[in-house]
Design a protein around this ligand. Sequence first.
Ligand code: ZN
Length: 319
Amino acid sequence: MKCGFPVFYSPRFADHNTGAMHPENAGRLTAVVEYLKGCQKKYEDVGSQELSWAGKIVWVEPSVRDVLEDVCRVHDSDYIESLKTFAQKGGGFLDADTVMSSQSYALALLAVAAWLQAADWVSAQGSQAFALVRPPGHHAERSRGMGFCLLSNAAIAAHYALAKLGAQRVAILDWDVHHGNGTQSLVEGNPNIAYCSFHQADAYPGTGGANETGDHRNVLNLPMAAGAGRVDYQQRWQAEAAPFLRGFGADFMIVSAGYDATQSDPLAGLCLQPDDYGWLTQMCLQLTPKILFGLEGGYDYRALAESVAATIRCAVQGA
Ligand SMILES: [Zn+2]
């Protein structure tokens, strides 16, 4: 019998204030938390078996801990310092679409702390955990924030799992609709980390061609044509992603869990449904039980909340 399913989340993430008109705003997490708590309440009130997964959720407030050593494994210290200074001066636009407020530096570090505590849990329990955080991370490069991202949460967690948790081989599956240029660039030099990304071929940031295979053939990019849906994902999972990931043989898996490949997402043009993330979760569980899910994108509130729920439901129910 599995113990609870931890979701590492803090209401403080709302203080990474990008403005209500920004697609990556505090309302995203509020929508997910309200939806999950609504499912929990319904389960407690009615006891419906259908919602028993929600009864397993354990909310964990990430503790503020010193993550700078872990952050500096992948980012330049000058860049970290510049983020700190920028926030101290009140923040502003780092680039055309990446915004910081005065709290954003502290909260980017808290987001890393949440990912790393989720990694600790995954390692210690041999099961799954979810880091429900913002800002997201997979576009952030060694010394540049971009695409709503400041620190590369997934790459930091992958290097941390190798350095501190005794993991031997870490696989990252990035199912956000955008290619994780930052993550890829920060892990492809390490033969003990694999990176596999499903993303929309012509979408931001324009990287992630199938010809990018990493320094050790440890990168697999699966660009999807606009309009692609579950059947397309299933075909490419079976033909390409599963053999790549199985062949790599990870003992620790990280999912860069962005939910902007849903049909209703305003920022992209793929056609997954929320339940399809449940299927993807089941596929990951066939590879290893040790899976850290961490939030990246997803900009349609309803689809985002239902997709996170589908991920947790299938993780709790098992492969
Ligand atoms: Zn995205």
